[in-house]
Write a protein that binds this ligand. Structure first.
Ligand code: NAG
Ligand code: NAG
Ligand code: NAG
Ligand code: NAG
Ligand code: NAG
Ligand code: NAG
Length: 512
């Protein structure tokens, strides 16, 4: 049985091994399934359908007193797989392809039975803020919830032009809609999780890549003491202080292509709101579409998030964060000329000689992979960690993940590639060809993350100290390098700044 403080929970036995379990929530009476003590609810609607006149509007809470089956994932939000890299992204992050719909504000929950209020983790998927779905097998929460006796919640949020339209037709603060969707899901958890046995005071938000960036945005957004979470996990993604001026080109070009040729403003928006979502999907996945991302609105995204952390203006809660050793390999595919890559990415601001001085060995492709890891993921983590510790947050746990498994080498020179750690954390790795070490590491990773979720003020694993920046302490946790996969040896604490020299020498000036 779930732990249920007050409200009625009806348990009915149905045919076979799965029982039905019902919980009364603000979204109605939800009928999920229960197997071996794990209750599963899929496709819980938390937001009203953001369609028709609600397209490109802030999400509205969905409330209901009716009965709803919660046994199937809701559709994914309409996705965009940017053209040049579509095939591999779809293979890795969209297999099998889920149904998609603009009506997509659903969340899912895996809740173990417990006699005491249970800690909760909310999973926020990555996908560059242009794609992502809770329903791909990689993100199934059952294994993590059942093994570690924590509640796992996964949430959908709008992406690409639907979630981050960068539209001059909308108010500035009405553009980062995907982040507002996430916050609405957090509110749903605060209101309802106790009815599933969860403890609303013990919620951790966790995301990877653009999900990590989302976590960072949410962290920076809430003033101290106001966040609907008490801890945060940023996996290979955070926010840096870049303040691009909004670029409306992608939206303007789309409007023209779809036949809404009015000047930017209310009339054009009205025209675009009646274009079928399938037509927009076709356009955004075509060869001439731009891409979309968040921009500074001073509500969900700030010009200076790291300074805000340093100044103690943010949620300020404990966090754990880290990168994968080969976080850049996926993004470096096809890049075999360092000079050409730097010119295309940084213009004349960074030279090949400067880079080679920091990355002395390896092919151009290997160097590009390392610098992408550093510039995009690792250096922002360095800055974020330093800012939080400067603000007096003692519970920062920083790591670098290094496990490489032969059956996980899904593209050439993948290594410990961007997202490879998720299969271990969720326990959803490919069982075919999996070694005993991979099985063991998955359990170890689950325990580490769950330890932090249960108590973010204690070390998540043996020999893993609180992070202190600089050269004088050994507080960076190398995780799962050299085949060390047991809970007792998975961490090697190394010099905190071991990986950060290229950040100091080249990249931080673009990020801080
Ligand atoms: C829920 O599922 C049950 C059993 O499969 C079915 O009888 C019922 O019609 C469904 N209810 C709704 C609202 O879809
Ligand atoms: C889909 O997009 C392509 C190119 O982006 C365009 O040529 C085609 O007309 C579009 N089809 C529909 C049905 O919108
Ligand atoms: C956000 O705030 C900064 C600092 O106060 C200001 O310079 C900037 O213009 C603001 N941007 C927006 C979009 O409001
Ligand atoms: C790499 O790119 C640069 C700049 O585009 C070019 O000058 C150079 O010839 C290229 N090197 C190789 C080996 O192709
Ligand atoms: C799982 O691994 C096996 C062996 O390496 C491989 O043949 C298979 O394609 C993999 N399956 C998936 C879904 O990646
Ligand atoms: C750490 O040591 C390196 C090399 O000895 C030095 O370049 C760097 O400035 C030091 N960093 C800090 C934060 O002391």
């Amino acid at each position: 049985m779930l732990y249920v403080p007050a409200l009625a929970l009806a348990l009915q036995i149905s045919v076979g091994w799965a029982a039905s379990v019902s919980v009364d929530t603000t979204s109605g009476v939800l009928h999920g399934t229960q197997t071996n003590g794990l209750s599963t609810f899929k496709g819980i609607r938390f937001g009203q359908a953001p369609t028709g006149s609600l397209r490109w509007e802030p999400p509205l809470a969905f409330t209901s007193t009716a009965s709803h089956n919660a046994t199937k994932f809701g559709p994914a939000c309409v996705q965009q797989f940017p053209f040049a890299v579509a095939a591999l992204n779809e293979q890795l992050f969209n297999t099998p392809p889920p149904p998609e719909s603009e009506d997509c504000l659903f969340l899912n929950m895996w809740a173990p039975k417990s006699s005491t209020p249970t800690p909760v983790v909310i999973w926020i998927y990555g996908g560059a803020l242009v794609f992502g779905s809770t329903s791909i097998p990689t993100y199934d929460g059952a294994s993590l919830a059942a093994s570690e006796k924590i509640i796992v919640v996964s949430i959908n949020y709008r992406t690409n032009v639907f979630g981050f339209p960068n539209s001059p037709d909308l108010p500035t603060a009405g553009n980062n809609l995907g982040f507002l969707d996430q916050a609405l899901a957090f509110e749903w958890v605060q209101k309802n999780i106790a009815k599933f046995g969860g403890d609303p005071k013990k919620v951790t938000i966790m995301g990877q890549s653009a999900g990590g960036r989302s976590v960072a945005s949410q962290y920076a957004r809430y003033a101290p003491g106001t966040a609907p979470f008490r801890a945060a996990i940023m996996i290979s993604g955070s926010a840096e202080a870049r303040s691009p001026t909004p670029n409306f080109n992608a939206f303007n070009n789309m409007a023209t292509a779809l036949g809404c040729t009015q000047d930017p403003g209310a009339a054009r928006l009205a025209c675009l709101k009646v274009v079928p979502a399938t037509t927009i999907h076709n356009y955004t996945n075509g060869p001439t579409s731009g891409t979309w991302t968040s921009f500074v609105d001073n509500v969900t995204v700030f010009t200076d998030p790291i300074q805000r952390v340093r100044d103690g203006k943010t949620a300020g809660v404990p966090f754990m964060l880290g990168t994968a050793e080969n976080d850049g390999s996926l993004f470096a595919l096809g890049q075999t000329n360092l000079t050409a890559y730097l010119a295309a990415t940084f213009g004349t601001a960074v030279t090949a000689d400067q880079v080679r001085a920091q990355y002395p060995s390896g092919s151009d492709n290997a160097i590009v992979a390392e610098l992408i890891r550093d510039f995009t993921f690792l250096c922002p983590h360095q800055l974020w960690s330093a800012a939080a510790t400067a603000a007096g947050q003692r519970n920062v746990y920083r790591y670098s993940y290094g496990a490489v498994f032969p059956n996980m080498q899904v593209f050439p020179n993948a290594g410990a590639w961007h997202s490879s750690d998720l299969f271990e954390i969720f326990g959803t790795y490919n069982r075919t060809g999996a070694t005993h070490a991979e099985d063991t590491l998955s359990h170890t990773m689950q325990t580490i993350y769950a330890n932090f979720i249960r108590d973010p003020t204690s070390s998540p694993a043996l020999d893993w100290p609180r992070y202190v920046p600089g050269n004088n302490t050994r507080t960076l946790a190398k995780l799962a390098f050299n085949g060390n996969v047991e809970l007792g040896n998975v961490v090697q604490a190394v010099r905190s700044s071991l990986n950060d020299a290229p950040c100091d020498a080249i990249w931080d000036r673009f990020l801080a």
